[in-house]
Each structure stands twice: as structure tokens, then as C-alpha cells.
Design a protein around this ligand. Structure first.
Ligand SMILES: CC(C)(COP(=O)(O)OP(=O)(O)OC[C@H]1O[C@@H](n2cnc3c(N)ncnc32)[C@H](O)[C@@H]1OP(=O)(O)O)[C@@H](O)C(=O)NCCC(=O)NCCS
Length: 148
């Protein structure tokens, strides 16, 4: 299985929404993804694919010296095959191209699988943001990776 990463197009949104709905208790809406697609200069929506099958996606913002992962998920049948790793590698590449020095994200304190994934990619836990997630008041861990 060869996984490649490319920019998302509007025709990918349904596949993205299907993965989103099966990955998160509080999924993003179609409008939220469409809005991100329109923010081309500051945001990238990336999809990982194997042939025509969308296997995962990520949304990243480029914020001056920082880049910020807002969302990332992999279809359950493609997990543990390096798909998220490829998405993050492409985010790192594009962030460096834009001269970002730090990549960061928030992750739910309860999401131990994602935490393991990020720590495996070299991210460090920089702090806890109490009550960050409005839907249920859960804390976020702030994770960051130096790009320099
Ligand atoms: C977290 C997530 C994106 C990882 O995607 P993935 O494509 O399976 O990750 P990879 O295959 O690239 O994993 C690389 C390494 O990360 C670690 N890792 C990934 N998933 C893990 C898990 N469930 N438990 C423990 N370690 C894990 C492992 O070290 C793995 O290497 P290995 O498979 O050789 O042991 C995926 O599980 C997912 O979509 N989860 C639901 C959505 C989510 O929580 N997103 C993150 C929100 S911040």
C-alpha cells in the first residue's frame, strides 16, 4: 500500500466527514472543513490517500513563526500503517518552507493514543490548558515540536 499526501479538494469533503464522524465524539461540521479549504493562504487541508481511497487528513494553520495542527485523523482500517506519520512529515516540510520554527497542537488529555503518536514523532508536552474543550470542559495538553 503506497500512501501519498496531497492538498484536499472539495470532492474529498465527504470522505473526510466520514472519517471525522467515526474518529471523534464531537466532530467538525462540513461547513468547518469547507471554511478551511477557502483559507488557502494561511491554512492547508491535506489528505493522505492510497490510490483513490482517502485514508486520512489533517488541517494545519501557518501562523507566522508557528504552525498549528487543528485536526488530524486516519480511517480506522488504515491505522498503525504510518498514515498520520506521513501527514505530519508533510506538515513539517511545508512549515519549514514557510520558515516556521515551531509546530504545535492541542490534544485531549484523555486521548492517550494520539499522545503516544505525537511523542513518538518527537513532540514535547509543554503544558495543560484547563477546560480547553468547550463541549465537555476537558483539559488539553499543549504539545510542540521544534523545527530548528
Ligand atoms: C492518532 C492517529 C491519528 C494515529 O494515526 P496512525 O496513522 O494510526 O498513526 P501511525 O501509523 O503513523 O503511527 C506511528 C506511531 O505512533 C504510535 N501510535 C499510533 N497509534 C497508536 C496507538 N493507538 N497506540 C499507541 N501508539 C500509537 C506508534 O508508535 C506508531 O508506530 P507503530 O505502529 O510502528 O508502533 C489515529 O489513531 C486516529 O485517527 N485517531 C483518532 C483521531 C485522533 O485522535 N486524532 C488526534 C487528535 S489530536
Amino acid at each position: 500500500m503506497e500512501i501519498k499526501v496531497r492538498d484536499a479538494v472539495p470532492g474529498d469533503i465527504q470522505d473526510i466527514l466520514d472519517i471525522e464522524a467515526s474518529s471523534f465524539e464531537f466532530p467538525w461540521s462540513e461547513r468547518m472543513f469547507m471554511n478551511q479549504l477557502q483559507l488557502r493562504s494561511i491554512a492547508a487541508v491535506l489528505v493522505a490517500h492510497s490510490g483513490n481511497a482517502v485514508t486520512g487528513y489533517s488541517v494545519v494553520w501557518f501562523e507566522g513563526e508557528d504552525s498549528h495542527i487543528l485536526n488530524i485523523a486516519v480511517s480506522s482500517e488504515y491505522r498503525r500503517r504510518g498514515v498520520a506519520g506521513k501527514l505530519v512529515d508533510e506538515i513539517i516540510r511545508r512549515s519549514r518552507e514557510r520558515e516556521c520554527v515551531r509546530l504545535y497542537l492541542e490534544v485531549r488529555a484523555s486521548n492517550l493514543k494520539a499522545r503516544d503518536f505525537y511523542v513518538g514523532k518527537g513532540f514535547r508536552i509543554r503544558g495543560i490548558i484547563e477546560g480547553y474543550y468547550q463541549e465537555n470542559g476537558e483539559d488539553a495538553l499543549l504539545l510542540e515540536l521544534s523545527l530548528i
